[in-house]
Ligand binder design. Structure first.
Ligand code: COA
Length: 280
């Protein structure tokens, strides 16, 4: 249940647990396909969570049997087909805004907890999440070819970037489905686990992320996501600039404390463990 200042509660829902915000695609009766209304609500939700103290990690998952069955063929495609170019482009922009900008560069670490169907347009938010854990029984399909379009919404791009030419073209051209273990083997998700272990594994991973310096974590993922388009020298310069910026913004307390714990107090092996800032 949301309060008046919280933008979720309809097509998107949020539950807070252990400093994690579980963000749900919340249209289970429509297999969580993404309508224009959902796209707007998801943007507002993710935007709000960036400043919400109850959220240290975002977990994106789905209510019911689906993670998300992709874009809504009725509300996103058919019902916008004859509304004119400006309307169509506006609808696309709203989808891109949350999937490829707000989620991809979210202030908090993001984990996709893949609990069921993943089709078409859903591959974009999936790969915009920093990390992804799948249930073994989740079913994935690049289904666009099955209904006569090519994978848009940058689905083709994210597949090329994550699973490579052979795998991407195979699934783009056949529309065949695959399950969680195959998604893990191709590098589309980090791991695939039995359904009854999915949430526990995601929570464990989220807690590991919470031990790190959040400013450094945010900069590290942002750097990784931007350097693909840079040449060698530009990337090197950008990484140093972001590194210096992160230390400035965080105050360097974590870094200096960790160096003291390792070099002076001999209490930490940073190759093996994370610095505990409470243990001075
Ligand atoms: N767009 C619009 N509606 C969708 C949808 C989508 N992407 N995916 C599911 N739905 C709707 C169905 O039309 C149905 O609506 P209804 O109850 O008003 O008839 C409802 O969700 C339940 O789906 P249904 O097909 O009855 O469930 P199922 O369990 O038999 O099959 C799927 C589940 C996901 C395999 C099937 O719904 C499907 O193929 N969806 C389309 C997936 C796709 O190609 N997405 C790519 C979009 S880019």
């Amino acid at each position: 249940m949301s309060t008046p200042n919280e933008p979720w509660g309809n097509t998107v829902d949020v539950e807070f647990e252990d400093d994690i915000a579980f963000v749900f695609f919340n249209r289970p009766e429509k297999k969580n396909c993404m309508s224009p209304a959902l796209n707007r609500e998801m943007y507002a939700t993710l935007h709000t969570l960036e400043l919400d103290e109850r959220c240290k990690v975002v977990v994106l998952t789905g209510r019911g049997e689906a993670w998300s069955a992709g874009m809504d063929l009725k509300e996103y495609f058919r019902e916008t087909d004859n509304k004119g170019d400006a309307f169509k482009m506006h609808t696309r922009d709203e989808s891109q805004a949350w999937q490829q900008i707000k989620l991809r560069f979210h202030a908090k670490p993001t984990i996709a907890m893949v609990n069921g169907w993943v089709f078409g347009g859903a591959f974009t938010p999936l790969t915009s999440c920093d990390l992804a854990i799948s249930s073994d029984d989740a079913t994935y399909g690049v289904s666009e070819v099955n209904w006569g379009i090519i994978p848009g919404g940058n689905v083709t791009k994210v597949l090329a970037d994550t699973i490579g030419q052979r795998n991407a073209l195979y699934y783009i051209m056949t529309g065949e489905t695959f399950q969680g273990p195959k998604a893990a083997q191709m590098g589309l998700v980090n791991e695939s686990v039995p359904a009854d272990q999915l949430k526990a594994r995601v929570v464990e991973l989220a807690k590991e992320l919470m031990k790190k310096d959040p400013v450094v974590l945010r900069s590290a993922k942002e750097v990784f996501k931007r350097i693909g388009a840079m040449d060698w020298d530009t990337a090197n310069d950008y990484i140093y600039a972001k590194s210096d910026g992160a230390i400035l913004r965080s105050g360097g307390e974590f870094r200096n404390g960790a160096m003291k714990a390792f070099l002076d107090d001999k209490k930490l092996k940073p190759g093996l463990d994370t610095y505990d800032k409470e243990d001075k």
